[in-house]
Ligand binder design. Structure first.
Ligand code: SF4
Length: 348
């Protein structure tokens, strides 16, 4: 693979990059020099669209109940773990503290918990939007019928995260039980886009049976659907899950894939995820083109119980102290922390 040719021209470069064979060989290659050229270029691309700003999101894990049994997940319904749900008051209080500290995007995340009916989520969304003006609300609560998504949108939800995990149906069926459907995942993503949400998707890197070809397919899929946000993180085995004995995904490959995603979807909001932070590589994700950091603002009741994978970082700092720490680290690396709402440039 000749880096000189690849990098000679923007158009030729992109044409090559969307080719599945080319992507597969790139992902399979262990050429660190070539990878660092891509990373440098991705860093330039991010600066072109977002300058050196890194957006902060406040993540609230409000329930670890889930009706599903994804084979890789620690909070799947078969896991014998302590379960919790935050009350509406607890969620409002949590957001209030974060809002006072300057946070303007709240990400409400849970398993697919049927206790939180459409009406409860609608009530929560509208209360949060009324109480915290000028903030953006992201939901990450899984697959729902279109009418539910529509109700959330009408209530004021701005964004929705739903990872596709893998665009290869055969691979999807190895990661999920028969009760879950590949088609329903794709239908959900389409509905969310059609309803006008800013949509986030993504996948695990190094999930069991994943091939370089699968990853190339995932990148091409993302390029095709152009999500506003893309989250990827290394697969990390969770000791209570059926995949407990599989090796973790590669942090190096995750960082490289972040760079490729930045080049394929230059205006995407890309978090350097907590799974990457678990491997102490969050800053590298940022340097490779990521531009979002999610901080966990969940109250004590929830901390340590949303164990989708093992070793998940657990900060004991207050929101303000956490922000101060991140601000210092980012400044040292030449970036600037932004508490702005940080919408996708496509909706501005
Ligand atoms: S990955 Fe999500 S949907 Fe699957 S079991 Fe875990 S929380 Fe539930």
């Amino acid at each position: 693979m000749n880096g000189q040719i690849i990098f000679s021209d923007d158009e030729i470069f992109l044409k090559k990059l969307v080719n599945e064979d080319f992507l597969t060989s790139l992902i399979s290659s262990d050429d660190k020099t070539l990878q660092s050229k891509f990373i440098e270029r991705a860093d330039d691309k991010r600066r072109e669209f977002f300058s050196n700003r890194i957006y902060i999101r406040g993540l609230i894990e409000f329930s670890n109940y889930c009706k599903n049994d994804c084979f890789y997940c620690g909070i799947r319904k078969s896991s014998k773990i302590a379960r919790y749900r935050l009350t509406k008051d607890e969620i409002m209080e949590t957001c209030s503290e974060a809002y006072s500290a300057g946070i303007r995007t709240f990400v409400l995340q849970s398993g697919e918990d049927l206790f939180f009916s459409k009406e409860k989520i609608v009530d929560l969304v509208s209360s949060l939007k009324n109480e915290f003006p000028g903030s953006a609300l992201t939901l990450s609560i899984g697959e729902k019928p279109k009418d539910e998504y529509k109700a959330y949108k009408i209530a004021g939800a701005d964004r929705f995260l739903l990872r596709h995990e893998t665009i290869n149906k055969e691979h999807y069926e190895k990661l999920h039980p028969i009760s879950m459907s590949f088609e329903n995942r794709l239908r959900s993503l389409k509905d969310l886009k059609d309803l006008g949400f800013q949509v986030g998707s993504g996948f695990m890197v190094g999930s069991p049976w994943q091939t370089a070809r699968n990853l190339a397919e995932d990148l091409r899929f993302l390029r095709l659907i152009q999500p506003h946000m893309v989250g990827i993180g290394p697969f990390i085995p969770q000791k209570l899950s059926p995949f407990k004995d599989f090796p973790p995904g590669s942090a190096d490959l995750t960082v490289f894939l972040i760079a490729l995603i930045r080049l394929l979807i230059p205006d995407a909001l890309i978090p350097s995820t907590t799974a990457l932070e678990t491997m102490n590589r969050r800053e590298e994700g940022i340097k490779a083109g990521a531009n979002v950091i999610m901080i966990n603002i969940s109250p004590d009741k929830a901390r340590g119980k949303y164990i989708i994978y093992d070793g998940k970082p657990r900060s004991v700092l207050s929101v303000s102290d956490e922000l101060e720490k991140i601000d210092g680290k980012l400044a040292k690396a030449g970036f600037s922390m932004s508490l702005d709402i940080g919408d996708s440039p496509r909706v501005l």
